[in-house]
Design a protein. Sequence first.
Length: 206
Amino acid sequence: MVDEENPAVAKPRLDRDQRRNQILAAASDVFGRLGFESARMDDVAREAGIAKGLLYKHFASKDALFRALVDRQGTTYAQELRSALAEPGVSAEPAQALRAGLAFWLRMLRDDQASFNLTDPGGHDAYDGLRESLRAVIADAVRAAEPAVPEPFPRYIAALIQGAAENLGLVWRDDPSGIGEDAALAMLSAFCWGGLNELSSQRTAG
């Protein structure tokens, strides 16, 4: 296959899925460096090494490209979080499961490649799917750890944990003079675990 920008350079032919993944990898780098507002489709095409016309054949707009990128990242995060919570010695201990999940989140925030979809959560409705993917995993962990918790409370509890992790994590990451990762994890774990115990006490009393 001949490169559309430089006909003299031959490149291997990619099928549609391979080309899409190539574009998403390039978009992850571009959005990570420039942010959603500043990134342009020209930047993504240049990073991917393709003509802009080919980029538009796969994604009709920057918005559609960003949505696909966040959706893919949300699926990846959810799978990785589920795996972290299923580790031996973690799944059977609610406190350990909570800490493992929160530690996973802080690691993701620290990852520069993840910054494109975590720097300003809420600025684009594509984030809704990412949040919901993570809440679903946390809610399943709550159901497994506390089968007596009736519906729909596991999802509400998951929203509380996810919200606390997201907000503290962003403040922690963006404060260069702040606390270390271990201290941030300890604070977040204590806050969430204390809240869960209080909710459990209220349910028992009720």
